[in-house]
Design a protein around this ligand. Structure first.
Ligand code: SER
Length: 321
């Protein structure tokens, strides 16, 4: 049996960097090639092979696949919602060109399996907002959402037409203490922890009652590993699976932080990201993922808050040494 040889594109990013470390634990360091346009954390750079690569460089990516005899690709490179509103055309080409490169390599049998993350941003203002179903109205109003929804359609098309084994999850806001996200609308839920520890106060760019679906990084990584390990016939949805763990507002998150840091203060000053958040669901029905491949989350708001504060405190004290 040929074992997996993995390429992660976007391995220096928020999800990519933690995913790379987990996949290295599972498959062996040398079997997981990390790549990104920029270098990543020390852990990432020192634990296994790394290649500098632009996700939209078609011949460069094909060269990496050939050089390392890659079987599975995790395409984590993307421009997130807030930045994409500022650079629509750049976001479109990064998010779409990179996907076509990988789908075509899979179609040409150069690789066997693809993971490509989608997002709750595929939904829009006309979508049912609470417990958003797997299959429903999707009229995204953000550049990021339009690119992810289009990507989902192409994934399903390549599966139906060419048998490409592509697997995808619609991620909610992902919260972690190791690598910072960049340019997302859900980033407030990470910044708030940093500021709670550094200054004891935070000004949220979303209003106090803005409920959004969120997930702790551990759960996001587990979901990614699990869906890629499933026998192909169990992965019935080939556009992208709804996935959910918890939903909260900035006010509720601040309340959870206050339980651990009573003097913490929060203010609200919504900016352009409020309109993006208002167009997205506040909670997600992920029963298809739970039925098809036994998805189960572990972290809720309470243990998320505890783990985030603990993890960040440890890394801040290391920084100060
Ligand atoms: N976290 C992403 C964003 O805010 C959503 O997929 O853009």
């Amino acid at each position: 049996m040929i074992s997996e040889k993995i390429l992660i594109i976007g391995a220096s990013g928020q999800i990519g960097s933690e995913l790379a470390l987990r996949l290295r634990e599972l498959h062996g360091n040398d079997n997981v090639i990390a790549s990104d346009i920029k270098e990543g954390s020390e852990d990432l750079m020192s634990s296994g092979p790394f290649e500098i690569m632009d996700a939209t460089d078609e011949s460069g990516i094909a060269g990496l696949v050939e050089k390392h005899s890659i079987t599975d690709v995790y395409l984590m490179a993307a421009m997130l919602s807030a930045t994409a509103e500022k650079m629509p055309m750049k976001a479109w080409s990064l998010n779409m060109d990179s996907l076509f490169i990988i789908l075509n390599l899979a179609k040409d049998k150069k690789i066997k399996k693809v993971f490509w993350p989608s997002s709750i941003a595929v939904f829009g203002p006309s979508t049912p907002k609470h417990d958003t179903p797997q299959t429903t109205i999707m009229e995204p109003t953000t550049v990021y959402g339009i690119s992810k929804q289009t990507g989902e359609r192409w994934c399903e098309y390549f599966f139906n037409k060419f048998g490409v084994d592509v697997r995808s999850i619609r991620f909610p806001g992902i919260i972690s203490y190791k690598t910072l996200p960049g340019g997302g609308t859900t980033d407030y839920a990470i910044e708030i922890f940093h500021e709670a520890l550094r200054t004891g106060k935070y000004t949220s760019f979303l209003s106090e009652e803005t409920a959004l679906p969120m997930m702790f990084m551990e759960d996001a990584i587990k979901a990614t590993v699990d869906i890629m390990n499933e026998p192909a016939e169990n992965v019935k949805v080939r556009s992208s699976y709804n996935l959910s763990a918890m939903s909260f507002t900035p006010k509720e998150l601040a309340g959870a932080i206050k339980k651990e840091i009573p003097e913490f203060e929060i203010n609200y000053k919504p900016d352009f990201r409020q309109a993006i958040a208002d167009s997205w669901p506040s909670s997600i029905d992920d029963s298809a993922a739970r039925t098809d491949w036994n998805w189960k989350h572990e972290y809720d708001l309470k243990n998320l808050t505890h783990v985030m504060l603990k993890g960040l405190k440890e890394s801040l004290s290391l920084e100060n040494k």
